[in-house]
Design a protein around this ligand. Structure first.
Ligand SMILES: *Cc1c(COP(=O)(O)O)cnc(C)c1O
Length: 390
């Protein structure tokens, strides 16, 4: 995938690297090519497009943009973040062992534990804040380290560079789910990772209107295996969804700047609320940034010193923060991990990791900060009497 746009800055590339070659229409935006198949010049001609499971011009435009934004060379767009994760596991064989961070996206954990284990893959989970824990967990059959940073929902930070150094020493692939940070904030491939995964349903799409995923790498051999597996298995992203993500990418840098400014102010406000036990946010409370994040991101979690009924009332009392799963859109969302995104994790395991009934996760949107703060203040007021009497 050659890319002459690489000389430009991130913001410029986000807007232009998904342009497609002139097709005679002088269209300024990338067209949505719906064709499933393409006319060939002679039997066996594979010089151009052949069939859209193999390659589609709109999907390729998105893949080109994602590869350049992550400073990779190859990207593959999938029908969801979890289908991209499935494609990562398909690089392995039955009997292989994976070491993953324990504070993992609930759906990733579900795929590992309830699907991949049936295919005889083995998993261990370690505290991602301690790179040496990865080394200690290595077995003879360990083939992959799987990281998320910041983690979900506790927003712990993993030192990507330290873990990739251990991976290289032991010939173990390192994959990073970069959904929360986005390439605007951190570029794992530059820190030594082999594969980056995205749920493009979140910040890359950015408007809560598409389900999409992607894998990015700069290793040509790995890229070829991913490409072949995607062709042989499926899970490609459709042309319309590809176009939606391409459109989202154009404003990624602006959105991430505002998400981070708003989230910082909300985290600082939450620290002053007496019934808030703990605030989880990159960059505060000794949660340092060892992994070269340029901004703290737009996610804030916090724990309310109250029972389930009270916390339930809180998350149902906001007007702007919509009670919903997912994250990364322009609109603010509030989530109760224990009963929503992380409900599939056994209660004991969840609580041991700090995901108790009091935990609330915010995806801070790009609305006016004053409105967001008023909204949260009102929700705290709504539960104040319940906290005093409980
Ligand atoms: C949402 C999410 C996924 C899964 O992506 P889908 O697009 O919903 O399949 C994976 N990892 C993280 C961190 C996520 O937030």
């Amino acid at each position: 995938m050659t890319d002459k746009s690489r000389k430009w800055q991130f913001e410029t590339r986000a807007i232009h690297s998904g342009d497609v070659p002139e097709d005679g229409t002088h269209s300024v935006t990338t067209p949505i090519y719906l064709s499933s198949t393409y006319k060939v010049a002679y039997p066996g001609d594979e010089s151009g497009y052949v069939y859209s499971r193999w390659a589609n011009p709109t999907r390729q435009a998105l893949e080109r943009a994602l590869a350049t934004l992550e400073n990779g060379t190859h990207a593959y767009a999938f029908s969801s973040g979890l289908s991209a994760l499935d494609a990562v596991l398909k690089l392995l064989k039955a009997g292989d062992h994976i070491v993953a961070v324990d504070d993992l996206y609930g759906g990733s954990m579900r795929q590992f534990e309830q699907v991949a284990r049936n295919f005889n893959l083995e998993f261990s989970y370690v505290d991602g804040r301690k790179p040496e824990a990865f080394e200690k967990a290595i077995q003879e059959n360990t083939k992959l380290f799987w990281l998320e940073t910041p983690t979900n929902p506790l927003l712990q930070l993993v030192d990507i560079q330290a873990v990739t150094q251990i991976g290289k020493k032991h010939n173990i692939l390192v994959g990073v789910d970069n959904t929360f940070a986005t390439p605007y904030i951190q570029k794992p491939l530059e820190l030594g990772a082999d594969i980056v995964l995205h749920s493009a349903s979140k910040y890359l799409g950015g408007h809560c209107d598409v389900i999409a995923g992607a894998l990015v790498t700069k290793d040509a051999e790995l890229a070829e295996r991913i490409r072949f597996n995607q062709y042989a298995v499926g899970g490609q992203l459709g042309p319309f969804e590809s176009w939606l993500v391409l459109r989202g990418l154009k404003t990624l840098s602006l959105r991430m700047e505002r998400h981070a400014i708003n989230a910082q102010q909300i985290a600082e406000y939450l620290e002053t609320v007496d019934i808030v036990k703990k605030v989880y946010f990159p960059g505060i409370d000794g949660n340092t940034v060892p992994n070269k994040m340029r901004l703290p991101g737009g996610m804030v979690s916090f724990s309310i010193n109250a029972d389930f009924e009270t916390v339930k009332k809180f998350v149902m009392s906001t007007e702007l923060f919509v009670l919903a799963e997912s994250l990364g859109g322009v609109e603010s969302l509030v989530n109760h991990p224990a009963s929503m995104t992380h409900a599939s994790i056994p209660k004991e395991v969840r609580e041991e990791r700090g995901i108790d009934d009091g935990l609330v996760r915010l995806s801070v949107g790009i609305e006016h900060i004053d409105d967001l703060l008023i909204d949260l203040r009102n929700a705290f007021t709504a539960i104040r009497t319940m906290v005093k009497t409980s």
